[in-house]
Design a protein around this ligand. Structure first.
Ligand code: HEC
Length: 167
């Protein structure tokens, strides 16, 4: 009888150990999978680009365009509009029409008018209702410089730059 009791306790002890072991393994498994889930969170994986990442990318693109536009601006536009784009370039004094303050386009228009600005810079398809325009036509200039594709890119980069300096 005593022997039987002992055996029973042994078995019980063994079972408790096994159960404990299994519980430990289970907890480890859950912890690991939770960790993996957090690391490879589907919402941040490469395939499913989250909206924040998409936004950051387009902001980065805008910044790059504005940077390239800035170089063009200093080269071709600052003589009249000034390096700060406020209209006080060295050539401004000899013009009949003062060059526009290009940092206040958004203030005047309410919202940055990307298309209108592109057309003003390009210049060719704008019908001026009053007199001759003193602002040079840049579409044909950039096209001569680098072809149709580059002309579009230059004008788009310049517009992005102007959008980036609105006050
Ligand atoms: C020869 C001087 C001169 C140069 C160089 C010049 N501009 Fe102008 N710009 C003007 C004048 C003057 C105006 C005012 C409107 C007019 O007379 O056509 C103007 C107006 C503008 C406007 C219109 C703003 C508005 O709110 O309607 C934009 C945009 C502009 N310029 C961008 C540029 C860019 C970009 C460049 C360089 C690629 C440039 N300008 C080079 C003289 C110049």
């Amino acid at each position: 009888m005593r022997f039987l009791w002992q055996k029973w306790y042994e078995v019980k002890d063994q079972t408790t150990k096994e159960v404990k072991n299994m519980a430990r393994k289970l907890i480890a498994l859950v912890t690991i999978s939770l960790g993996l889930f957090l690391i490879f969170d589907p919402s941040t994986s490469v395939k499913g680009v989250s909206p924040e990442q998409g936004k950051a990318k387009s902001e980065k693109k805008m910044k790059k365009e504005a940077e390239m536009g800035s170089k063009l601006f200093m080269q071709y536009c600052a003589s009249c509009h000034g390096t700060d784009a406020k209209g006080g370039g060295p050539v401004a004094a000899s013009l009949k029409t003062p060059p526009s303050d290009l940092t206040r386009i958004e203030k005047v228009d309410g919202k940055f008018p990307t298309l209108r600005i592109q057309r003003v810079i390009q210049g060719e398809d704008v019908v001026e209702s009053h007199g001759t325009r003193e602002m040079p036509v840049w579409g044909s200039f950039f096209r001569r410089k680098g072809g149709e594709g580059f002309a579009k890119l230059d004008i788009s980069n310049l517009t992005s730059y102007l959008e980036s300096i609105q006050q």
